[in-house]
Write a protein that binds this ligand. Sequence first.
Ligand SMILES: Nc1nc2c(c(=O)[nH]1)N[C@H]1C(S)=C(S)[C@@H](COP(=O)(O)OP(=O)(O)OC[C@H]3O[C@@H](n4cnc5c(N)ncnc54)[C@H](O)[C@@H]3O)O[C@H]1N2
Ligand code: MOO
Length: 388
Amino acid sequence: MMLEFETALKLLLSQAQPLEAERVPLDEACERILASDLKALRASPAASVSAMDGYAILDQDLGATLSVAGESFAGSSIPPMLTAGTCMRVFTGAPVPPNADRVVVQEMVVKRPEGAAMPLARPRGDHIRRAGSDFTPGEILLARGAALTPQAMVAAAAADHDRVEVVRRPRVAILGTGDELRPPGAPGGALSVPDSVTYGVMGLVQRYGGDVCMRSRLPDRPDILRQAAMEAAAASDVIVVTGGASVGERDFAKSMFDDLGMEILFSKVAIKPGKPVWLGRVRNTLVVGLPGNPTSAMVTARLFLAPLITGLAGRDPRYALDWQAAVLDGETPERGARDLFLRATRRNGRLQLAGNQDSGAQKTLGQSEVLVWLPREGTRHGCRSLRL
Ligand SMILES: Nc1nc2c(c(=O)[nH]1)N[C@H]1C(S)=C(S)[C@@H](COP(=O)(O)OP(=O)(O)OC[C@H]3O[C@@H](n4cnc5c(N)ncnc54)[C@H](O)[C@@H]3O)O[C@H]1N2
Ligand code: MOO
């Protein structure tokens, strides 16, 4: 039975639970997803420090010429208290005397033989970063499920962690099937076909946080396919099979898992393209079956595989499904009985549908930037789009 898109997606999302946690060195943690809240192990700054190069003073000494009691640099110990009529030379990041009211930037100070002459008017801003004003020990700086983006790496390191607890990356086996396939650039019969789809699937898996642990091109031979299915199931969290999803006499993508007792979670979804997409499970390994047609494969990979990998990798799977209201350039095509997914490019804030929307198209697929969802007849919501 053909499922509606939303129903199939809900079934898929129920499987997209984070894998177990592991601790990794901070050096290797960029783009990983936190498995637990990341708490600060120290205060920042640890002491009140200067935000500028200048002089730390008491406000009562504004307008006076002060003797310079000493210097403080970033990393220096906390200087002694200021006494009236004295100031402390300080540099950016340097601890200031605990009773300092402000730092006056050096551009506003006149150096004289008898001392440093302070301006009379109260400058704007005290230029002191108070101890713990950024964060305090135990404070949560990054929440579970957050990605360690380059900017988040700064916070994690500032929190003083040398290792962080992240979700294990899903291991993904990609099995491309089809007698006609050969590696791009390799010799083959005139009508052999360069395998393109497994490259796209590999890129998508990596982009959404998975590790490709195995990638093979397999002929349509049940014995070879069964053997590959067994090896892939033992090595991976997700198996992606491309091709062989339809009803042809050499379509073995599902039957290759028969010996392993695969449970089918869904098979066939009312979408165009990509109707033959299916999802199965062999013990703890999920199996995603993508149709062989390159556009169909990449549309279904984007709609189902991307949120699955995202969720297993520890992030909210909806990160991969950030639909935006779409404004199409030109006429909106008529709605059909199935949800339509069209490829488009961006032009001046509008979306331009690709001319060739064939399931086998690879040129327009390669040039497209956006996937447009045109819901089936009778649905309330309008066009939405997703970045590709
Ligand atoms: N009688 C019917 N025929 C078809 C139906 C149907 O319902 N009844 N569905 C059609 C739909 S929709 C699709 S989509 C395709 C899906 O076919 P398969 O998943 O079985 O894919 P294949 O037959 O193996 O290949 C289709 C096409 O794609 C090319 N291909 C396959 N893998 C790759 C690859 N890795 N790189 C590049 N190109 C690839 C393959 O050469 C074929 O041209 O079935 C329709 N038929
Ligand atoms: O829907 Mo198939 O996926 O037409 O190409």
